[in-house]
Design a protein around this ligand. Sequence first.
Ligand code: GLU
Length: 453
Amino acid sequence: MASVYDRHVDLNQFMEGVKKRNPGQTEFIQAVQEVAQDIYEFIEDKEEYHEAQILRRIAEPDRVVSFRVCWEDDNHNIRVQRGFRIQNNNAIGPYKGGIRFHPSVNESVLKFLAFEQTFKNSLTGLPMGGGKGGANFNPRGKSDAEVMRFCQSFMTELYRHIGPDTDVPAGDIGVGGREIGYMFGQYKRITNRWEGVLTGKGQEYGGSQMRPEATGYGAVYFLQNMLKHKGEDVEGKTAVISGSGNVATHAAEMITKLGGKVLTLSDSGGFIHDPDGIDQEKIDWIKHLKNVKRGRISEYVDEFKSAEYHEDARPWSVKCDLALPCATQNELNADEAKALVDNGVQGVSEGANMPTTLDGVKVFHDAKIMYGPGKAANAGGVAVSGLEMSQNSERISWNHERLGEMLTDLMEGIHEKCVEYGDDGDGYVDYVKGANIAGFKKVADAMLAFGVV
Ligand code: GLU
């Protein structure tokens, strides 16, 4: 006799199961919780999704690969790191997502990122599944030679799990052009194949125009779309931005180009507040500081006297119209969200992945401000990665202007999808709900088509 299996567990029971199966993985549980709330509402009357256990299956990665990475530092010490590749879901295309090198990297962080990436990539409308990888390696303070040896060792294991039609990694925190170059070189050397296995490559060897700018510009375009929906725009508004890496500096650049004024940037040591505005010349100086000198944001105040440095602090107490968290996960909590709301913030657009805590998101929702979650707002980066894959397959390169137009269209399309599923009918758009449902639906329907696999 068939056993009785309850396919209709409620949201609480579902989350209890996720917690039980993923003990101690707080970031992963947080990411699933945020999505599950909306999806439960959406699938309430859709029996086929329950029957096929679709949400349960998306919240269980296809594959978690963990491996040892040994390397030798400049003082001839043997160092051992843990590397990962999480292949979350490839229902709609090859696994796609960045690689993060940071001391905080662990299985929970990468599983949350791979899960989020699945929804984000679906939202772009391009054929990409979701994955993420990385290692608990800290590039800060390491020589170029050390970074090269680490990247080569990492790729010596990773190469067997990836491929242009299987899984295509890219950059993320701690992985930029330098690291992608070393990893691509090692992949090519091991396999003897030149193929588009990584994105975010240099322009000389198959990289796409517009890819460095795409995440930050895209986050501002998303904000611009949210503002436009309300009859507003960026011009004349002040913006508080966190981070000072690739995403933050390009977000600052686009806010400035659109006539806004950027007041802050930050790194893990603290933030700088420049009431005169961080204009293009200052942004270029920061790019050089971070990418070439590999310095700290505190050095900004020695160069630009109008600014103040706030050590060990985050910028959310600075009064602004717009906020763009572009640093890392959980960098904006409920108290900070409240401070932003009390100071009159109108819109928040996330350049980072899950930078706002669940309580913080609730504050934004309750205050009904425009809030664009990372999986929608920062999808421009991976979208242009998708275009890099197309260009590599076709063995051509499109120009900056064409890619700029494609990025603008892609962000507009993502905004439209969020409105389609997130408009509460009262003029307020719940962008989290819209992104979750639109991202889920495409992946879920593909999974239904495949049967039980
Ligand atoms: N790491 C980026 C993200 O979080 C980009 C991933 C990619 O280009 O594959 O979406």
